[in-house]
Structure formats: C-alpha cells, structure tokens
Design a protein around this ligand. Sequence first.
Ligand SMILES: Cc1cc2nc3c(=O)[nH]c(=O)nc-3n(C[C@H](O)[C@H](O)[C@H](O)COP(=O)(O)OP(=O)(O)OC[C@H]3O[C@@H](n4cnc5c(N)ncnc54)[C@H](O)[C@@H]3O)c2cc1C
Length: 437
Amino acid sequence: MASWKYDVVIVGAGPAGITAAIALAKADVPVLVIEAGVFPGAENWSGAVYFTENLAQPDVLGEEAVRNSAYERPVTKRGFYIYNGHSLVGLSYRNPATFANCYTVLRPTYDHYLAELAKSFGAHILTETTVDGLLRDENNHIIGVHTDRGSIYADVVFLAEGDASQLVSKEGYERTIDPGAPHFLQGIKEVIEVDPDYIEHTFALPKGEAAAFEILLRNGSIHNRTANLNMGGFLYTNKSSISLGLVLPLDNLSKEFGGDHNRLMEWFKGLTEVKRWTNNSRSTAYGAKIIRGGGFRELPQLVDNGLAIGGAATGIGLDFPYPNFTGPATAMGHLFAHAILEIRATSTSFSRARLEELYERPLHVAHVAIAIHVLAVNVRYHRQNGRKLEKRPIAFVGLRNQILGFPQPRVRSHRIHSSADDHSRIKPTARENRCNH
Ligand SMILES: Cc1cc2nc3c(=O)[nH]c(=O)nc-3n(C[C@H](O)[C@H](O)[C@H](O)COP(=O)(O)OP(=O)(O)OC[C@H]3O[C@@H](n4cnc5c(N)ncnc54)[C@H](O)[C@@H]3O)c2cc1C
C-alpha cells in the first residue's frame, strides 16, 4: 500500500471512533477510520444497551436519525436482581421516559450501520487493517500510524481501540505503577433465539419494547460448595432474541471455573430463574471479550503531541447500577471532534498542550459529571463546587469495586478543573446518560 495522509486518523470503529468520525466528516474534515474487523462490530460481544445521547446531538446524527437507526428495541423497563443460585430478589421498573435514549442493539449490526452512515457523510473506513504502532517524528510527535498494510500519516490520531488497549500499553501511555494494572474483567455473552411474542409475554412489555435486567450473582453454590462469584449477569431483550451474559473479574473466573467461561455460562443458563426467562431456547451466537476495568485509578495518559486516546481504551465507564460504556465512549468521540474543530479554526498545531486544554480537561469534568449524575439520582448527592466533587467518583468506584471484588481505591488528589470555561464545554452533561435516571 502506498503511504496515505489524512487530516485525522481514527483507530477503531466502535462507539468512540465512529462518533468522532461522523462529527468530523459532517464538518468536512478528511478523516480515515482504521478497523481491524472484517466490518465494524464484527468482533464485538458487548451486551448491549447502547446509550445514544451523544449520537443524538445535532452535529453527530440528530435525534430523528437515532430513532430511525438499526437498534433492536428501545429500552423501557429495567430490572435489578440479586441471585445466589437459589433465591432471587429484586425489582423491575417500566417507564419509557426514564430510559429514553437507551436501545438494545446487536453490535455487529449496529456498529456496521453507523459506519455506513459515517461513510455517507464522507468518512473513509478501512477494514481488515490492524494498527500495530504509532509513527513519530524526530521530536517524538505522533505523525500517523503503522498498519499491517503500511504507514498512514495524519495531523492527529484518535486512538479508540477499545478495551484490550494494547496500543495504549505498547506505546507507553499507561500511568499506574500497580504491577497488576490494568485490571481486566471478563465479559461473556450468548444470544438466544426466541419468539418476539414470547419476549413481550414473559417480560410484560408492550409490543416492540425492551427489558434490560442486571443480576448481581453472589456466593452461589457450585458442585455443592459455595463459590465466591461476585459477578454481574445481564439479560437484554432484542427483536427476536435475548442477549444473556456475565461480567466478572478475570481472577474470579480462573479461581472458580479454571478460566473456562463456557462452563460458567452453562452454569448460569442452568439456573432456575434464568431458564424461566430464556425458556431454554436455542443459542445462536456465543463470544467472550475482556473489559478494561480499572476506572479512574488506572487512567492512562490521554493526550500527547498529535494524539488523543478515547473510549474503553481509557477504562472510563460506569458499571453501576448497570454497564454504561457506550455513553462515555461516544461522549469522548464527540469531545475529540469538537477539540479538533476548535484547533483547526485557529491553527494547525495539535500539540499536547492544546489537546490537554480542549480534550483532556473537559473530559475530566465530564467524567466527574457522569459519575455525579448517577450518584445524584441514586444516592441523593447534590452538586457542590468542583473541588469537593473529586472524592465522589472515588466513593462510587469503591462501591463498584466492592461489588466486583476489586481492591478498594486510594483517594488521590486530582486537580479537577472547574472553571466556567470548562463547564461550558461539557456539552453532553445536561443530557448525557439520561438512562441513568
Ligand atoms: C459482555 C459485554 C457486555 C457489555 N455490555 C455493555 C452494555 O450493555 N452497555 C454499554 O454501554 N457497554 C457495554 N459493554 C462495554 C462496551 O462494549 C464497550 O465499552 C464499548 O464498546 C467501548 O467502545 P469503544 O469505541 O471504546 O471500543 P470498541 O467498541 O471496543 O471498538 C474498538 C474497535 O477498534 C478495533 N480495533 C482494536 N484494536 C485495533 C487495532 N490495533 N487496529 C485497528 N482496529 C482496532 C476493534 O475491532 C473495535 O471495532 C459491554 C462489554 C462486554 C464485553
């Protein structure tokens, strides 16, 4: 392949990458998305309830386009349960307005659909191409990427490679000194074919609506012994299938199931209440994927000269009260696009300082805002001044870690930027993650 040059090169056509690509292409910025899969979403095994607030922003797709997109069902009912394999307790709650902008999706379909839209706005997408490194000039500034097809040059690169975050590690952007970091969770998912009427009858749903249940599995009995499970299960209803899955710390999987996720899934599917929901129906797809789980504590360096890192590769996301990584990932893609447009309006220098100012700082505030938003609704915290906010996400992470069996975080003193200027840039804040109500 001859070497190519684009204004912006994006690594990965997941929610972070494709949101950035759409917003940039719509603003006539020459942008290339490089995707390792045969097509975007081809290798994605996430649940998933997709949080579409950022896609619905006018400079991305807009609300109507999201309403007409290739989702499975709009989520109108959420359930939360605790289950030890014998007793299940919990509740479900239906309110379409509360969960507006949350859709169940099959990611191979949805990611592919979004990528086709991105192309229609002028983005270029190069599939079946793996980025294996970053290109740097003599001053160590990023000037492009190296792929298994050759070099591609760019003024700025957005690294949105997802959870495995191999390039983040390989290129030296990890910051934590914890030898076990980054910590990963194991995600496992199976798609079970069922009749649409069965879904609506079993989950008491009006036609076409979706239920999304989270199940906290605690200390179940496996082969007559108590196992320290501490994992999250999920059940999401699609048009004519159910996505059933588990997320747990990798260490727990090796301890309790010898690392065998197939065996764990069979155990989960065999539980009485789960069988009642799935009707023991035919499985049509099965896959497993790791999730970067360290959160704030293991945040990598987010910007460099000519580079920004976004999406799950940063570990930023929420998994309580339910997983929301697509919301933060699309927020980061949106924020990156804004930063690039702002820099292009005044100069051509995508320096670390400018990217820090326009991407990293607003992102810190946005991340705090995301977590606070959840806490404000769920445990009645109220907004205070920026400096006091900084301990709240740690409390949140602590609660999450307790549930998932991670070590508790040490409270670190991050400087939270809270100037009026910063706050004005958090476009998604007011609307972001509405499904967290
Ligand atoms: C079992 C499971 C269930 C989940 N459920 C939910 C849920 O219900 N809701 C939710 O919001 N989130 C959920 N998640 C998390 C969510 O899927 C991810 O966090 C989200 O997709 C992150 O988006 P992203 O754009 O950062 O990365 P990704 O969606 O992972 O996209 C990254 C893309 O980059 C490509 N890529 C990677 N490396 C390279 C490379 N070197 N060169 C070229 N291309 C590359 C990949 O093929 C991929 O397409 C779940 C995850 C799992 C595993």
